[in-house]
Design a protein around this ligand. Structure first.
Ligand SMILES: NC(=O)c1ccc[n+]([C@@H]2O[C@H](COP(=O)([O-])OP(=O)(O)OC[C@H]3O[C@@H](n4cnc5c(N)ncnc54)[C@H](O)[C@@H]3O)[C@@H](O)[C@H]2O)c1
Length: 258
């Protein structure tokens, strides 16, 4: 099989959390373009439905599901929806995440828990629900988690200790699942983006004013665009990455190199 053929995802069903907008939407679009059927899962059903409508206009088979990744029943329901609609689940992209920019001495326990719950426990719940389904199917699968360069460095000047800790946890969870499921050919990898121009940054009054400062210390002198992660997601989802598991891919315009 040629390399371009191995990058095709025809006949595979993929679930994307936080798929309604931003990185999730962009990478879902790429998986769909490569031939996958999609479950767009998000807390915001209205936005997820808009994303599904635009995917369908491009001829992609897709459904929207409302799911909060911190709620176990919701997560089980979204995996069941994938199986009901498409017969099985082959790819899970555990991507939903939030950031709270509060100083360590000021962040409340409730806010800390909210970030850890969505960013780390949400990945655990989604990846294990998908993993159980893939084990049952007996054909392997690919799980992709969204970590962050914040798992590797401490962002500055904005304070975000809960986010940084949650993302470091995502990398070690990814490696743990990769080792546990290697003999089942369920591969688990993560993507660690640098700053990307999504609502997470652009809609934040704390973060948006800092973009120029971040760009000045990024060797590529700019923040990234979600579509610059698309080829990596397609590679990780399919057979082209058959020996890639337990890996973390930093995509940050060399921010973490300096
Ligand atoms: N934008 C960046 O600079 C950047 C950099 C590194 C990592 N990331 C990570 O990428 C992922 C996507 O970020 P983004 O920039 O696209 O953010 P975004 O805010 O644009 O999109 C996040 C999506 O997740 C959904 N969501 C939030 N909480 C949820 C929950 N509990 N259950 C289900 N869905 C939920 C939101 O409704 C939204 O549609 C996050 O994990 C984020 O931490 C982003």
């Amino acid at each position: 099989m040629g390399i371009l053929e191995k990058m095709r995802l025809d006949g595979k069903a993929a679930l994307i959390t936080g798929g309604a907008r931003g990185i999730g939407k962009s990478l879902a679009t790429a998986l769909g373009e490569a031939g996958a059927d999609l479950v767009i899962a998000d807390l915001d059903l209205e936005e997820a439905e808009k994303t599904v409508s635009s995917l369908k206009e491009d001829g992609v088979r897709a459904i929207a599901v409302r799911a909060d990744v911190t709620v176990s029943d919701d997560v089980i329901t979204m995996v069941e929806a994938a199986v009901r609609e498409f017969g099985e689940l082959n790819v899970a992209f555990c991507n939903a995440g939030i950031v709270i920019n509060k100083k360590a001495e000021e962040i409340s326990l409730e806010e800390w828990r909210r970030v850890i719950d969505i960013n780390l426990t949400g990945v655990f719940l989604t990846a294990t629900a998908a993993g159980r389904q893939m084990i049952k199917q007996g054909k392997g699968g690919s799980i992709i988690n969204t970590a962050s360069m914040s798992a590797h460095i401490v962002n500055f000047p904005q304070p975000q200790c809960s986010y940084n800790a949650s993302k470091a946890g995502v990398i070690q969870l990814t490696k743990s699942l990769a080792v546990e499921w290697a003999d089942k050919n369920i591969r688990v990898n993560c993507i660690s983006p640098g700053y990307m121009g999504t609502e997470l940054l652009l809609a934040s009054e704390t973060l948006k004013p800092l973009i120029a400062a971040w760009e000045s210390v990024t060797p590529m002198r700019r923040i990234g665009r979600p579509e610059e992660l698309q080829a990596l997601a397609v590679y990780l989802a399919g057979d082209a990455s058959s020996f890639t598991t337990g890996s973390d891919f930093i995509v940050d315009g060399a921010f973490t190199c300096v």
